[in-house]
Design a binder for this molecule. Sequence first.
Ligand SMILES: Nc1ncnc2c1ncn2[C@@H]1O[C@H](COP(=O)(O)OP(=O)(O)OP(=O)(O)O)[C@@H](O)[C@H]1O
Length: 227
Amino acid sequence: MPETILKLQDVAVFQNENLILNNITLEVKKGEFVYIIGKTGSGKSSFMKTLYGDIPLREGYGSVVDFNLKTLQENEIPFLRRKLGIVFQDFKLLSDRNINNNLRFVLKATGWTDSAKMDAKIEEVLDKVGMKTKGFKFPHELSGGEQQRIAIARSLLNDPELILADEPTGNLDPQTSVEVMKVLQEINDSGRTIIMATHDYALILKYPHKTIKCDGNKMFEVIQKAV
Ligand SMILES: Nc1ncnc2c1ncn2[C@@H]1O[C@H](COP(=O)(O)OP(=O)(O)OP(=O)(O)O)[C@@H](O)[C@H]1O
């Protein structure tokens, strides 16, 4: 039996005092790829934020990569995030340094000290996303799709048990979206678990996976034809 990476039982998600999603029960096993879909404002980002500790879990039970979300303390959040790879719609690369130094910055911030090991890790993750030759470029010298591939490489630096991608293709044209999706699919094929929020139905049809819809404060699984 594959191990459980995420388990939620009767979870409610709030933004301040507003209930966004209710009665969420969901289990994700190692190696799964799960889409979270739903229209604007339906709660996809709020759901993702709950998983990486940005919104505290107030109601229900939840565990993510062996962290109990209900009892999660502020000082544990960096350790939770070290076991997660997080990818956002807007890449969030540091504009004042090149790609190698963007990645080195994250490694140093997460406790790496050995320069040779850092270089090897950076080369490894850039290779995984097909960007091995771009380490000396600055973010503004790269296209949107390339910047997103770098952001995915960055998410892989600490060998995360779970990748959370919130609208990773939201700023990209359809063809570039497919290229970025191919990278995520390869990462999933190598055994890594991915949860991806998206409203890109073309991608879902091209790369079908388990799909959970946010609608009317609820989350429920939908079959591909019905999305
Ligand atoms: N920081 C916040 N404070 C209060 N309410 C918020 C906050 N962020 C989002 N909301 C509200 O929570 C609800 C869910 O928003 P959320 O961003 O999770 O939806 P979404 O499905 O990710 O939307 P989108 O596809 O536009 O990103 C919306 O009604 C939104 O207005």
